[in-house]
Design a protein around this ligand. Structure first.
Ligand SMILES: Cc1cc2nc3c(=O)[nH]c(=O)nc-3n(C[C@H](O)[C@H](O)[C@H](O)COP(=O)(O)OP(=O)(O)OC[C@H]3O[C@@H](n4cnc5c(N)ncnc54)[C@H](O)[C@@H]3O)c2cc1C
Length: 490
């Protein structure tokens, strides 16, 4: 059995409600991890390997898919990882782990792939890998007593002397010595417009990862995608896969699409391992390095890749003003060069543009006219560098603008209650929640929590590069080491 969700047995009713087959409501654990996407799952695995035998971890997930999160639960096999398989091992110390697992799969499950380090594997396959890791861990003697997989939605956390009380849906609770927010990515924010009533309309889809985002769509109807980043690329691929024939417009402020990965090749060694922390100097250094790489027979992509191992250090060395400058001026450029797409995906996007089906526009949405008898919505936008207003017509508008990281406006119940209680605060750049370099959350007044931590994209404000697997796996391992030494005998 390779299905962790099925391990979380049906809830026992009536009271006392069971969190899973063995953990009653009100039970107490050493560490509670909220969210079982990649970050929470990896943290749990590392904790189990480091904590004393008697210690317990509750891994709590509101969806029925443990180990996947929105990134790896896509059922569409054309949604490929945007990082090659050779860099997707869950364990930093075992770089070939994912590839070895891929090679252990029966041929029939490889869908004709002959995976190598440079292969871009379907994301759903990676999700299966993470679930496989949990299942393997549960086979270790004693682990089923230590790791509790809990299906539930954490809606509140309160602090009492010496412990935290986690409130879950249906009135259930868990008591924990420490809790870690591994709550990951939230759906995109809607662009501000004068009359936001259209955002309640069935033709507007606020969550690009929801199952109904492209459901029941006339294949000849025009579609508007808000955003031109990786989520938009996914959505275009899904539309093409469902044989959509109608025009697709993708609109973002700058109209920049992610670049493609270069074919794997030898990367000339970096000339320097020191990069400036002032934004202007950094931009100059990147331009210089990319010219040098190209002269040496490499690619500009290599210049980005060589800065990757030190991006976090650079970010932490920057003043707040420089971080703000980076976000204002360099971010769109950085995002499209850093978060790239695989060759096969880039080819399909290029084809759709060449055929005229896909148009990429740069501009800002101003309003929606959605009362037209033809059932279409007319979206008014101001093209970049223009004073005129242009229009796009659509039967469906899907918001693909990328995960919303501004916690001051995220409507999630847990986020709202934590902010309301003052237990957490948004980071000053609105990239996530405010954490220390040790991933401890800070409260409304800046006091560092001894009990509440965060892992993964939630911590982007402090680490910047905390989106992809190679960074998260390192952070999860480090945090597990710290938490394990805090575990006290019960
Ligand atoms: C569409 C997409 C594609 C991506 N592709 C790649 C890729 O190819 N390679 C790569 O390296 N990175 C990729 N990423 C980056 C991705 O952010 C990370 O790789 C990783 O998946 C983040 O994991 P996470 O666990 O932190 O967050 P998430 O995956 O968002 O998981 C958070 C989990 O927490 C749960 N949760 C939230 N709140 C609660 C609550 N209150 N109670 C209970 N459960 C809760 C959610 O249901 C969710 O399952 C992609 C991201 C997205 C969105």
């Amino acid at each position: 059995m390779d299905d962790v969700a099925s391990l979380a047995a049906p809830y026992a009713e009536p009271a006392p409600p069971m969190l899973d087959g063995t953990l009653p409501s009100g039970a107490s654990v050493n560490v509670a991890i909220i969210g079982a996407g990649f970050s929470g799952t990896l943290l749990a695995l590392h904790l189990l390997r480091r904590m004393p035998e008697h210690a317990t971890v509750a891994l709590i997930e509101r969806n029925n898919q443990f180990g996947r999160g929105p990134a790896y639960s896509s059922g569409n096999a054309s949604h490929l990882l945007n990082v090659p398989a050779g860099k997707m091992s869950a364990f930093q110390g075992q770089p070939g782990h994912f590839l070895e697992w891929l090679h252990s799969l029966p041929e029939a499950e490889l869908c004709g792939m002959a995976p190598g380090p440079g292969t871009f594997v379907p994301r759903t396959v990676f999700g299966r890998y993470v679930r496989h890791l949990i299942n393997q861990e549960l086979k270790v003697p004693g682990r089923r007593d230590q790791l509790k997989l809990v299906r539930g939605d954490v809606v509140d956390i309160s602090e009492e002397p010496g412990r935290l009380i986690l409130a879950l849906d249906r009135g259930r609770t868990i008591t924990a010595d420490r809790a870690v927010l591994a709550i990951g990515n939230f759906p995109p924010a809607a662009p501000p417009v004068a009359d936001p009533a259209f955002y309640d309309d069935a033709r507007y889809k606020p969550d690009p990862w929801a199952a109904d985002a492209l459901a029941d769509l006339d294949p000849d109807a025009p579609v508007l995608l808000i955003g031109t980043g990786l989520t938009t690329i996914d959505t275009i691929i899904s539309l093409l896969d469902q044989h959509h024939r109608g025009p697709i417009t993708a609109l973002s402020r700058r109209g920049l699409l992610p670049h493609r990965h270069a074919p794997a090749g030898t990367v000339p060694p970096p000339e320097t391992d020191r990069f400036p922390t002032r934004v202007n100097d950094l931009a100059r250094a990147l331009r210089r390095n990319s010219a040098r790489q190209m002269q040496a027979g490499g690619t500009w992509q290599s210049a980005i890749d060589e800065i990757r191992p030190v991006t976090m250090e650079l970010w932490q060395g920057m003043s707040l003003a420089d971080r703000q400058r980076f976000l204002r001026h360099l971010r769109p450029w950085w995002d499209t060069h850093r978060h790239r797409v695989s060759g096969p995906v880039a080819d399909r996007i290029a084809q759709a543009r060449e055929s005229g089906q896909l148009r990429i526009r740069a501009g800002r949405i101003l309003h929606y006219h959605h009362e037209h008898p033809d059932g279409l919505v007319r979206v008014g936008f101001r093209p970049r560098f223009s004073r005129e207003i242009d229009h796009a017509t659509a039967a469906r508008v899907v918001n693909c603008a990328g995960p919303d990281a501004d916690y001051s406006r995220i409507r999630d119940p847990l986020v709202r209650t934590l902010l309301g209680r003052g237990l957490v605060r948004p980071d000053p750049l609105c990239l996530g929640l405010d954490v220390t370099a040790n991933c401890a959350l800070t409260d409304r007044d800046g006091a560092i929590s001894r009990r509440l931590f965060a892992v993964g994209p939630v911590t982007k404000g402090a680490f910047w590069e905390m989106t992809a697997v190679p960074d998260i796996r390192h952070q999860a391992e480090t945090l597990a080491g710290q938490l394990a030494v805090m575990v006290k005998p019960r």
